[in-house]
Write a protein that binds this ligand. Structure first.
Ligand SMILES: [Mg+2]
Length: 259
C-alpha cells in the first residue's frame, strides 16, 4: 500500500465537532510522508474554507491536498473547452472555484452551456429545481454535471438529503444522464489517483459512507476501509458491500497500515 485517500466529514469531524484523536492521524500521515489526498463531496465550502475548518480542528493541510467535486468539475469543463454561459446550482461559497468561468447573467438566460448541480440544501425549492430542468431540456442540450452522488449526510438534526436525490429527479424528468464528478464516480477516484500518480491497487480509501466511500472506491479498484463514525449505521453492513477492514474510528489506521 502506497497512498491514502481520506474522506473528511464523518472521519475527521462530524458537522462542527472534531472526532477525538483524528487530528493525530493527519499529523501521522504527514510525518510518514505517505502520499495522500482529502477527497470530499462537500460542495458547500471552497478548498480555502476547508483548510481553515481543518486548521480549527488542529489539522494542518493545504489546498493542494484537497480534491472536491467543484475542482474536478472545473477541470472537466476546461478539458471540454467550455468557459462561458454556465448555470451553477451550488452554494455561494463554492462559486469561487468557478472564478475562471463566465456564468449566465441572471435567471432569464436562454443559452446555457452547462448545468452544474451541487448540494443546495434548503435553498432547493420547486422554482429552482424547475429552472434547472428547463435549462437541461433547452436546445442544444447543455452539459449536465453532478457534483457527487451522495444520497444523504449526517447533520446535527439527523440524516439530510444531499445532492443525489435532486440529480436523479432532474435526470428522470429530462432523460439526460449526468456526468458525475464526485464520489462514488470512478472518474473522480481516477482523478485523485492521477493527481497522486499512484495505482488503484496501491491505494486505500477510508470513509464513513458505505456507498460513496467503500463501494465507489472498490469499484474503482482501490482498497476501502470503513469507519464506524459519522453517518455509519450497523445496517450498512447488510448491503452486500464488504469493506477491506472496519475501524471504530480513523485512529486505528496506523496499526492497520503497519500490520
Ligand atoms: Mg463522509
Amino acid at each position: 500500500m502506497k497512498a491514502i485517500l481520506f474522506d473528511l466529514d464523518g472521519v475527521f469531524y462530524q458537522a462542527d465537532k472534531p472526532i477525538h484523536g483524528a487530528n493525530n492521524i493527519a499529523s501521522w500521515v504527514k510525518e510518514q510522508s505517505i502520499p495522500h489526498l482529502f477527497i470530499t463531496n462537500t460542495t458547500s465550502r471552497s478548498r480555502s474554507e476547508l483548510v481553515s475548518k481543518l486548521a480549527s480542528f488542529g489539522i494542518c493541510t493545504d489546498e493542494a491536498h484537497i480534491l472536491t467535486p467543484p475542482v474536478a468539475a472545473m477541470q472537466w469543463l476546461k478539458s471540454k473547452h467550455i468557459s462561458s454561459d454556465l448555470a451553477l446550482f451550488v452554494p455561494e461559497a463554492t462559486k469561487q472555484e468557478f472564478n475562471d468561468f463566465q456564468l449566465i447573467e441572471d435567471d432569464s438566460a436562454t443559452v446555457v452551456s452547462a448545468v452544474v448541480i451541487g448540494d443546495l440544501g434548503e435553498k432547493w425549492d420547486f422554482a429552482t429545481l424547475n429552472r434547472a430542468f428547463q435549462y437541461l431540456i433547452s436546445q442544444p442540450h447543455p452539459k449536465f454535471l453532478a457534483l457527487g452522488m451522495t444520497r444523504y449526510w449526517q447533520a446535527k438534526d439527523g440524516l439530510r438529503l444531499d445532492v443525489a436525490p435532486f440529480v436523479v429527479a432532474l435526470e428522470y424528468a429530462s432523460g439526460i444522464k449526468p456526468v458525475v464528478l464526485g464520489k462514488p464516480a470512478q472518474a473522480f477516484y481516477q482523478s485523485a489517483l492521477d493527481y497522486l500518480k499512484v495505482d488503484a491497487e496501491q491505494t486505500v480509501m477510508i470513509g464513513d459512507d458505505i456507498y460513496g466511500d467503500i463501494d465507489g472506491a472498490q469499484q474503482a479498484g482501490l482498497h476501502a476501509l470503513l469507519v464506524k463514525t459519522g453517518k455509519f449505521r450497523p445496517a450498512d453492513l447488510e448491503k452486500g458491500i464488504e469493506p477491506d477492514a472496519i475501524f471504530d474510528t480513523v485512529n486505528e489506521l496506523p496499526e492497520w497500515w503497519g500490520r
